[in-house]
Design a protein around this ligand. Structure first.
Ligand SMILES: *Cc1c(COP(=O)(O)O)cnc(C)c1O
Length: 377
């Protein structure tokens, strides 16, 4: 059996161990230390906007703290993009709040601003004011932020931007993750850069960041003994993980370029197959890091389904994966309210993510090409 080709695997730059060794040498083996501060500063600089970063143990933790800081509590409604990874929606349930799911639009596969407006108006008509809106930049593609922020402003609802997949993506000249009241980043092992596991909350004030750090370190009041006035969490990033992150920040620009080249690889590969569309930016307002390359297959035109392609790749030990199954179709959220039509559902039925790692070799790319060409000839 040939070696497995993964969808997206960790890709170290070389200097990660230097920072980890420094942490060991100085015994900063804790959820605080110079690497945590350094990593936060590196991210602030990279996002190139006046933001404050709180490094956390996971992107999911960052979403949870964002909801808490937006005042989301038991019984509150939170609007969430339906087509996403479950980690976007789970923290709503952690708070005892109620998710209201909204469909995607076809240009960016992200939250449809029209369906969002309909959802909010209907919730208001039912006497409910949603407490927050979670919008996601799927596969690195920026959502239509101008339109979404306009709707959110009209109804005075804070936006939480799930940019877990979109570090390095840009919308109208501004970094994804910096548009909302809060932004969320992830450094899980499959993301564009990794700290093995980790995340960050993007804040716009020192006060918001301080609150996130306070909550993520068990909410200890200022006292010599352990005293607590709030429920706390153990969500802070460790200084070891942050060391990996600092090394990864040195190569982030290369990683973005390599991922974008993978999408170009598939554009070239599928150029002559009518009915297969590679996911690309709808206009120059959008700049995707192309974390994962994705395609949709019009089975009627192609004569093959996305399952045919997925299984053919699997046969050659190449990993691929259907697009995110929308949350309103997930058993765990089967009772949730949903607004929109079938855009997300159709994408799920016809879409596939293809190997996109920044560390794929020419030999591996040749294997992918061979496998695909064989199927379609
Ligand atoms: C990865 C991911 C998360 C969760 O991040 P973790 O760091 O794995 O907790 C949240 N939302 C989306 C869209 C993701 O892809």
């Amino acid at each position: 059996m040939k070696d497995k080709i993964w969808l997206s695997s960790p890709h170290m730059g070389g200097n990660e161990l230097k920072y980890v060794h420094e942490a060991f040498d100085n015994n900063w083996v804790a959820p605080l230390g110079p690497n945590v501060n350094g990593f936060e500063q590196d991210l602030e600089k990279f996002l190139n906007t006046d933001v404050k970063i709180a490094a956390l143990s996971a992107g999911t933790a960052a979403l949870h703290l964002a909801l808490i800081e937006c005042g989301v509590g038991y019984g509150d409604e939170v609007i969430c993009q339906s087509m996403t990874f479950s980690a976007s929606a789970n923290p709503i349930a952690y708070q005892g709040a109620i998710p209201v799911f909204v469909d995607s639009e076809i240009d960016t596969w992200n939250m449809c601003p029209v369906a969002l407006g309909e959802a909010i108006r209907d919730r208001f008509a039912k006497g409910k004011k949603p407490k927050a809106i979670i919008v996601v930049h799927l596969y690195g593609m920026p959502a239509k932020m101008d339109e979404i922020l306009a709707v959110a402003k009209e109804f005075d609802i804070p936006v939480i931007e799930d940019a877990a997949e979109a570090l390095g993506s840009i919308y109208k000249g501004k970094a994804c993750g910096t548009f909302g009241r809060f932004g969320v980043l992830s450094f899980n092992g499959n993301k564009i850069i990794t700290t093995s596991g980790g995340g960050a909350l993007v804040c716009h004030t020192q006060e918001d960041k301080d609150k996130a750090v306070f909550l993520s370190t068990q909410a200890r009041d200022n006292a010599p003994h352990y005293q607590h006035s709030h429920i706390g969490y153990n969500y802070r990033m460790s200084n070891i993980c942050a060391g990996i992150g600092r090394g990864q920040m040195e190569v982030l620009k290369d990683r973005i370029q390599a991922r974008r080249e993978m999408t170009q690889f598939y554009i070239d590969l599928f150029a002559n197959i009518e009915g297969i569309n590679v996911f690309t930016e709808p206009s120059t307002d959008f700049y995707s890091n192309h974390w994962l390359a994705a395609i949709t297959i019009e089975a009627g035109k192609v004569g093959k389904t996305r399952e045919d392609l997925r299984l053919a790749l699997l046969e050659d030990n190449i990993e691929s994966r259907p697009l995110w199954k929308p949350m309103h179709l997930q058993p765990v959220f089967k009772n949730a309210v949903y607004y929109g039509e079938n855009v997300a559902e159709d994408l799920f039925n016809n879409g596939l993510c293809l190997p996109s790692g920044s560390n794929l070799t020419d030999v591996e790319k040749e294997r992918i090409k061979e496998s695909i060409v064989t199927l379609f000839n």
